[in-house]
Design a protein around this ligand. Structure first.
Ligand code: NAP
Ligand code: SF4
Length: 674
């Protein structure tokens, strides 16, 4: 008997059956733009082999003006059809199903040629769109139908028409972006005419035996967004127009409410999709922050949807469904919703991957083969770098021993998991514990390894991490000064007013920790209130009229840096704004461009500008040092001095702006070659 009876149940669509209730949602990975179609095919085939019922590709542009950026992938020519065939054939050979997403970006297209219902620039784009005339609208419909027809020729099992997230079709639906007075604007019947017409014509062109998914924005989270009554009206019209399945979209890209970041509670929006259940006769899919089989099962057994969509969890682990079926969910590498290697890469113009799985989108390039010679490998340091090296080396058949001076696997992940909004790190540490035990890796915890302990090994990997940087501020040895380690390990008493020195990722995390009582990530109602999310049935677009209402801060915190740039500028591209907004809501004072002069019992003294001037006191009961890190290499130095060869990875290699993404990638890549 499976633990996931709802999740693993087949879904009969009439003309075809999905083998379970799991959809791999659309992700723009950048793979198609590499034009290495073998690589694209292997990415999807690996997920098909892993048991997912249906996958949706990254968004394919129906025409150049609808592309997310100039040169965005699409199905424009016969050659494109041939290339996409490579993907669909490989997926079908792996007993999978795949639908192509048709994504018209409208005013979100990063191009001066972008088009929209009205010439209103989006706050997240530098380009004002060109308002379409009647013929222009007709062309967009016809191009989307042509894209769907080509998708069928290319062997896809279906298409997903992207109608949410504030893209082109969504832009017609709301008065915020649609000021037209012709038959495509004005009344709701007119505003929804375009999405309905697209689905109707796609269905007519493709016949009855082809999956047509429509992704519908169930809660826009922008001013003047759709009402719930409009959402239901649209859903019914889309069903009548011939859609097979309705998928859920949450929030426009320009919404100032996080929808998928790690601090968003798990399944935070499934209650919205649930409201649609029973209103339409076709299956409904829900999505957002569903990352483990037990969460997905609960969503389905609670009647929130007929299917779940998960996207990033399939970057983290291609075998998600297979492991759920095998009853080994603890072995699923968990997506921690950090966005660091997926969306941050996409928005930075880089190929996606995954922080916890560097092989994602690199399946053909980063391969893990059985080692020809099995070696004895010592790894010193059980943080992310050491753990990823250990698991990869063990997978290859090496005999691995991992040392750590603490009694716990996880290294700095154990500090990250203490930060409110970063609870997913608990699951990541548990995953590593499970996998280290399963791989039979010898654990020497609570052991400070010395060169004498390591004489017997063929290879030594130093993953000893980092030590806090000494900012050398006069007075920092006083009793009112703490390191971030004392704070995040919960060992130190922190006063009511706090100055945090250093505003990197850790400074931000420490500030969050100090102002938060109970993490709203663990309490959905509180989180919805904190960000001002309301019931779309009561409030248009799901925005509460009173706006965000966070709990009062636990402490009065000032966050400081020497650079004069905006604090948090170097945080993740897609998540930095959330960290900044979160702290601003808690009245954290952010001060840049300072020089630290001294610390005494009254607080921290700083000066501003090149000529310093007289110091200003920032009153503080406690000062916390978060001034970055330096490599911890004492063991490496001793071994090298003794003539031993060592491999140095992670923070012990380069500490500057180290994060788990680089550590895991480096550890995996090194071990793949030993
Ligand atoms: P960091 O990002 O390098 O930031 C160090 C901070 O200390 C900067 O604000 C820097 O600003 C300041 N600083 C540097 N030298 C200083 C000195 N001598 N005296 C006083 N201040 C000094 O390091 P971190 O915050 O320790 O984070 C370590 C890594 O973990 C980073 O890569 C970080 O991104 C990652 N991390 C990521 C997240 C995340 O959410 N993705 C969370 C936590 C940590 P000024 O030089 O301007 O003063
Ligand atoms: Fe999930 Fe982070 Fe991996 Fe993206 S990089 S798939 S958010 S774990």
């Amino acid at each position: 008997m499976t633990r996931y009876p709802h999740l693993l149940a087949p879904l009969d669509l009439g003309f075809t059956t999905l083998k379970n209730r799991v959809l791999m949602g659309s992700m723009h990975t950048g793979l198609e733009e590499t034009k290495d179609w073998n690589r694209v095919a292997e990415f999807y085939a690996a997920r098909a082999r892993g048991g997912v019922a249906l996958m949706v590709t990254g968004g394919m542009a129906p025409n150049p003006e609808g592309g997310v950026f100039p040169g965005a992938a699409g199905l424009y020519t016969d050659d494109d059809i041939t290339n996409h065939r490579i993907v669909t054939d490989r997926v079908h050979a792996a007993d999978g199903k795949i639908a192509m997403q048709i994504l018209h970006a409208g005013r979100y297209a990063y191009s001066p040629d972008c088009v929209a219902p009205s010439a209103i620039k989006s706050p997240i784009s530098p380009f004002a769109p060109n308002a379409l005339d009647e013929a222009g609208i007709e062309k967009q419909i016809s191009d989307m139908v042509t894209a769907a027809t080509r998708a069928r020729q290319a062997g896809y099992d279906g298409v997903e028409v992207m109608g949410s997230e504030g893209y082109f079709l969504n832009q017609f639906l709301v008065t915020h972006t649609n000021k037209r007075t012709d038959r495509w604007g004005g009344s709701y019947e007119n505003r929804m005419r375009l999405p309905v017409e697209v689905v109707r014509r796609v269905r007519a062109a493709l016949g009855p035996d082809f999956i047509v998914i429509y992704r519908l924005s169930m809660i826009d989270l922008v001013p003047d967004g759709s009402t719930w009554q409009e959402v239901v009206q649209l859903a019914k019209a889309i069903e009548n127009a011939g859609a097979t399945i309705l998928n859920t979209g949450i929030g426009w890209h320009e919404a100032r409410i996080p929808t998928i970041a790690t601090s968003v509670p798990r399944r935070a929006f499934t209650w919205v999709t649930k409201k649609l259940m029973g209103q339409v006769g076709i299956p409904v899919i829900t999505s957002n922050r569903i990352n483990m089989p037990d969460v997905a099962e609960a969503v389905l057994s609670d009647g929130c949807a007929d299917m779940v969509s998960m996207a990033r969890p399939f970057l983290a682990d291609a075998d998600f469904v297979a492991k759920a079926m095998a009853g080994t969910a603890a072995e699923i590498a968990p997506c921690i919703a950090c966005n660091q290697a997926c969306l941050d890469h996409t928005f930075g113009g880089k190929l996606s991957s995954c922080l916890v799985n560097p092989r994602a989108c690199h399946e053909t390039e980063l391969t893990v083969e059985a080692a020809v010679t099995k070696k004895k490998i010592a790894i010193i340091g059980a943080g992310p770098a050491g753990l990823s090296a250990a698991l990869t080396a063990a997978e290859r058949g090496h005999h691995v021993t991992i040392f750590d001076k603490t009694h716990e696997l996880g290294g700095q992940l154990n500090m990250a998991k203490q930060v409110p909004g970063k609870e997913e790190f608990w699951g990541l540490v548990e995953y590593y514990k499970t996998m280290v035990a399963k791989a039979g890796i010898t654990q020497r915890l609570g052991t400070t390894a010395t060169p004498d302990d390591l004489t017997d090994f063929d290879d030594i990997i130093i993953a000893t991490g980092v030590a806090p940087r000494d900012p050398a501020i006069p007075g920092q040895d006083g009793p009112n000064v703490l390191s971030y380690i004392d704070v995040l390990r919960g060992k130190a008493k922190v006063g009511q007013t706090v100055a945090v020195i250093g505003a990197g990722g850790i400074g931000f995390d420490v500030a969050e920790y100090l102002v938060t009582d109970e993490s709203p990530t663990e309490n959905l109602d509180e989180w919805l209130q904190e960000w001002g999310v309301g019931d779309p049935e009561a409030t248009r677009g799901g925005l509460r009229p009173e706006g965000p209402k966070p709990d009062a801060p636990m402490r009065q915190v000032t966050l400081l840096q020497r650079k004069s740039e905006k604090l948090g500028k170097r945080l993740g591209k897609t998540t930095g704004w959330i960290h900044r907004a979160g702290l601003q809501m808690k009245n954290v004072r952010m001060v840049g461009g300072v020089s630290y002069e001294k610390i005494d019992a009254y607080g921290l003294y700083v000066t501003y500008g090149p000529d310093h001037g007289s110091p200003t006191l920032i009153p503080a009961d406690t000062i916390v040092l978060c001034a970055g890190q330096v490599p911890e290499r004492s063991l490496a130095d001793a071994l090298i001095a003794a003539g031993r060869a060592v491999h140095i990875i992670g923070g012990a290699d380069v500490a500057a702006e180290l994060d788990a993404k680089r550590a895991i990638d480096q550890g995996t890549r090194l071990a793949a070659t030993l």
